[in-house]
Ligand binder design. Structure first.
Ligand SMILES: O=C(O)CCC(=O)C(=O)O
Length: 264
């Protein structure tokens, strides 16, 4: 592996501090316009050609919303997928990207494993029925040393269903829920949320403990995002993670392990 990849470091001390303080971090334009254009092409294939995929990849479709048009980019109104990581070599390289693993090394520690991969889309008229939540109750481990990276494939602001977070909420530990996972709206002071307005190519890194939710899409253009999660090697799975590549070692002692598949 070239030194330039094995020793890559991306984040400044200030960015690391933002993640420690707020429980999330936006990295603008992690992906160049050319990279995002290719990712969108590959993604279109992923959501438009759904037959013949590995059995362990799954798709969820949304009923067309009344008063909204289907976006031709997402003709089947795919709202979610899991294990897109299995689709092909491109999607393997996507979750093992040295820049992403380096960010996780910077934020979580020197020994990083993969946790899981999924897709969360907001087709036209999408209404988020998942309330405020922490990812933690969905994916308990011995220690809360996990984080998700959300890669935005489209410009996504409030009107298009931007992710919303409660900055600093991870510092209060596990929040009370009414059914094991959902945090009641009345626990969230009005106006305390931060809307993560993102441009295509931006990523948000979200701690497993930070309270967040997806917004609603009030437009006729579908919004698309890939959400991959990572953990430290030291934290032990307690929810019986059967997701594709769960536990795959990606970094040890700060050195990245995974070669690029597509670049030879
Ligand atoms: O889609 C989003 O903006 C957020 C997704 C989310 O809350 C989650 O997957 O836990």
């Amino acid at each position: 592996m070239p030194e330039s990849i094995s020793n890559l470091r991306l984040l400044t001390p200030e960015q690391k501090q933002v993640f420690i303080d707020n429980g999330y971090l936006i990295v603008e334009q992690l992906y160049s316009p050319d990279e995002i254009a290719e990712m969108r092409d590959r993604f279109h294939d992923l959501i438009a050609r759904i037959e013949g995929r590995p059995e362990n990849m799954s798709y969820a479709m949304m009923e067309p919303a009344e008063g909204y048009e289907i976006d031709p980019f997402n003709p089947e109104n795919v709202s979610g997928m899991s294990n897109q990581t299995l689709a092909d070599d491109y999607w393997f390289d996507q979750f093992t990207d040295p820049r992403v693993v380096s960010i996780m090394v910077d934020l979580l520690g020197p020994n990083i494993d993969f946790h899981n991969g999924k897709v969360r889309n907001k087709p036209p008229g999408f209404v988020c029925t998942q309330s405020w939540h922490q990812d933690w109750p969905y994916e308990r481990h011995s220690h809360p040393d996990l984080a998700a990276i959300i890669t935005y494939l489209d410009d996504t602001d409030f009107e298009q269903g931007a992710t919303e977070v409660l900055s600093g909420s991870h510092r209060k530990g596990e929040w009370p829920t009414h059914n094991g996972v959902c945090i009641a709206d009345d626990q969230v002071p009005p106006g305390s949320e931060t809307v993560l307005a993102a441009k295509a190519g931006d990523v948000a890194i979200v701690s497993v403990m930070v309270v967040h939710r997806a917004g609603h899409n009030y437009t006729n253009i579908a919004r698309h995002a890939i959400i991959n999660e990572y953990k430290t090697a030291e934290t032990v799975d307690q929810w019986n993670n059967r997701c594709a590549f769960a536990g795959l070692p990606l970094a040890r002692n700060g050195r990245l392990l995974m070669p690029r598949v597509m670049e030879g």
